[in-house]
Every structure is written in C-alpha cells, then in structure tokens.
Ligand binder design. Structure first.
Ligand SMILES: Nc1ncnc2c1ncn2[C@@H]1O[C@H](COP(=O)(O)OP(=O)(O)OP(=O)(O)O)[C@@H](O)[C@H]1O
Ligand code: SF4
Ligand SMILES: [Mg+2]
Length: 352
C-alpha cells in the first residue's frame, strides 16, 4: 500500500476531478451516468473507487481517457491533470482525438482492463505491441534498447523466460500471464497514473491474488499513482490508502481506507461492507443490499440512495440532495444523518 496521502491535503494533486457530469443521448431518453463526481489523486498515491455495478466507475475512468461511448458528452466539471512536463491540462476540455490527448492516453495515463484479450491484437506478438508502446512514447530508443526494455518489463511482471515468451502471441499465454503482459504494456510508457478497472475479475482466485500483489508492488516500486476500480471492497482494503464510494454517478463517501472500513458514515458504505466477507466480519452473516441500483436514465429525486436506504431520516431524503459534509481527517460523506438539515444546507435536486 502506498503512503497514506490525504487527497484533501494542501499539495496540488496529480489529478483533480471536480463536479464532473456526463450525459448520453439515447433514442429512448437521456442517461446520466455521472452527476457531479469529484475526486483527487496525488502523485504516487493509490486510490480505490468502489460501488456496485452501474454506479459509474468505468464511466469515470473512461472520461479521464476521453474514450466515452458514442453520443456521450461531458456537460460539466473539470479534470485537471499534471503532465510529466509540468503542465496542468483540463482533460474535460481537450479534443479527444488531438495528438495531445493521444500522448496523455497511454503516455501519461495507462489502463489495465478486465479482459487482457481486448488489450492485445491477435496478429502481433507481445514483443511487437509492447515495443510499439515504447516507440510511441520514447522515439529516441533504438531497436536494441526497445528489445531490452520489453524483456526487462516482462521480467519485472514475473513472466518466466521473458526473452523467449516476448515472441509469443497473447493467445499463447495463460490467462494470468496475459494479465501480467498487459500490466507490462501499461507500464511501458512510464505513466504517471495507472487505472486498473476490475483488473482481476476474469481470473481464478489464486491468480487474482498474485496479479493484485503485482499491481500493488509495481505501484509502490515505480511510484505510480493508482486508481483501482472495483465492486469488491475486500480488494481495496489491502491495495489502497484512500477510498471513494460511488453511487449513481456520485461520490457518497470518501476517506482513508481505515475510516471507510471501521467507521463508515454513509448507509450505502455500511451496507456494502455488510455484503462482503471481510476479515472482521468473517463470523457474521453476509447481508446483500436489498433492491438494485436504479437505472441511470431514471434517477430518483433527492438522495440517490433513498430508494434502498434503511436509515432514512424523513421526507427530506427524497426531497433534497444532501450536501457533502466534512467529517475531518479527509473523511467526508453526503447524507442527512450527518447534516443539521437546515434548509440553507440543502441543494435542490438538479436533474442537469
Ligand atoms: N453506452 C452506454 N449507453 C447508455 N448507458 C450506458 C452506456 N454505458 C454505460 N451506461 C450506463 O451508465 C451507468 C454507469 O455505467 P458504468 O459502466 O460506468 O458502471 P460501473 O460502475 O463501471 O459498473 P460495473 O461494475 O458493472 O462495471 C449505468 O447505468 C450504465 O447502464
Ligand atoms: S440522505 Fe437519507 S436516504 Fe440518503 S443515505 Fe442518508 S439517510 Fe439514507
Ligand atoms: Mg465498470
């Protein structure tokens, strides 16, 4: 686990996402997957983004890379990122097809996907693809240096016989090895930020643990910032220092991993914790969260969680949006249980 930097501390974050909104026009109506999402990641810090399926985790990371679906549009907010050259770029305002954005995508921010088959082309060897990544981001490196770097990277991620395996096609590798090779490819450009979106869901349990350990080690040794996206709170417990809990395209709670696990303030976080087997609750019965995440084309009014919350404080929960309340020590939540519920604290629900 990386240094526990508080993302709310004074130093300028590597990435600062503020009030990000995304909407998608569909023939059947408007989908709102992100509704005022805000989060920060400092240099070399590991941050977890958690929430059930459909909460907007992938949409948030794809927004950073500007690889949103067709007819999706960023309608508000900013995503300020510090490049290797020391410039501050707002990723929300940059042309997604521009050379600058292509350089940032891969060169500054790399992604490890859930399914490594999608990252590799079946018609090129692993060597060809990692070497191409190096060539794009370090045009000075000659052929021999690229070969050496690919072998080093494959060795670093634990591929046995890297000189030989480099010339394999991705389909010749086992699932776990393919995932390792994808991590090597993601690291080839020496990114400042590594996004891992459910990086091990497709692997069996023993391989999962090894790949997660590898990501954690790479993040620590290479001092890369990590944004780990998962629906599994158990995974983030061992991997990150700070957690953002998302629900229906919003961050409903954030804090240091210890605070989130031992003193959750939002009923959704508490419900998520009761639904996973953690060390602390191994003897207790797991309680799945009742109901489903509402569809992003039918957002409820008021607090997004009110349709499933078992701790509602009254009508206010479905009439108004709870504001973010700072609990101290970088811990914050948006829930009326933690506000004084004065009307001047209330934001009218905004369907943007
Ligand atoms: N291309 C699309 N068109 C319309 N709606 C979409 C599209 N892609 C995603 N959505 C919707 O946006 C919301 C957020 O989806 P997203 O994929 O970001 O969720 P997630 O948290 O990553 O879920 P999972 O854990 O299943 O990966 C969901 O309601 C989803 O149905
Ligand atoms: S604001 Fe109300 S409905 Fe929402 S999580 Fe808090 S108590 Fe539950
Ligand atoms: Mg996803």
């Amino acid at each position: 686990m990386s240094e526990s930097v508080n993302p709310n501390s004074g130093t300028e974050p590597l990435l600062e996402v503020r009030d990000l909104r995304v909407r998608i026009e569909r023939d059947t109506g408007v989908v709102r997957p992100l509704n005022d999402v805000s989060f920060r990641i400092h240099e070399g810090q590991s941050v977890g983004i958690v929430g059930e399926s459909g909460c907007g985790k992938t949409m948030a990371s794809n927004s950073l890379l500007r690889i949103l679906p067709r007819r999706a549009e960023i309608t508000g907010g900013s995503m300020e990122f510090s490049t290797k050259a020391g410039e501050r770029v707002d990723l929300a305002r940059i042309d997604p097809m521009s050379p600058r954005m292509r350089q940032i995508r891969g060169g500054e921010i790399s992604m490890i996907f859930q399914e490594p088959m999608t990252a590799f082309s079946p018609v090129h060897t692993v060597y060809d693809q990692i070497a191409e990544m190096i060539r794009l981001h370090d045009p000075q490196a000659d052929k021999q240096q690229r070969r050496q770097r690919v072998v080093e990277l494959l060795n670093l991620v634990g591929i046995p016989d890297p000189e030989v395996r480099a010339d394999d096609y991705s389909f010749q590798l086992s699932g776990g090895m393919r995932q390792r090779a994808m991590i090597a490819m993601a690291l080839a450009s020496s990114p400042r930020l590594l996004i891992a979106d459910e990086p091990t869901t497709a692997l069996d349990v023993t391989v999962q643990a090894k790949v997660l350990k590898l990501i954690e080690r790479m993040q620590r040794e290479l001092n890369i910032a990590l944004m780990l996206i998962t629906h599994d709170l158990g995974v983030v417990a061992h991997m990150v220092s700070y957690v953002y809990v998302m629900y229906l395209g919003r961050v409903v709670e954030e804090g240091r991993v210890e605070a989130i696990f031992h003193d959750p303030k939002h009923p959704y976080t508490a419900a998520l914790l009761r639904s996973i087997p953690t060390r602390a609750s191994k003897s207790q019965r797991l309680e799945p969260i009742a109901g489903n995440v509402p569809s992003a084309d039918r957002l409820p009014t008021g607090c997004p969680f009110h349709t499933r919350c078992t701790e509602k404080v009254g009508d206010i929960c479905h009439q108004h949006m709870p504001a973010r309340v700072d609990m101290g020590g970088g811990h914050a939540t948006s829930c009326f249980r933690h506000t004084d519920n004065r009307l001047d604290n209330l934001e009218e629900h905004d369907d943007g």
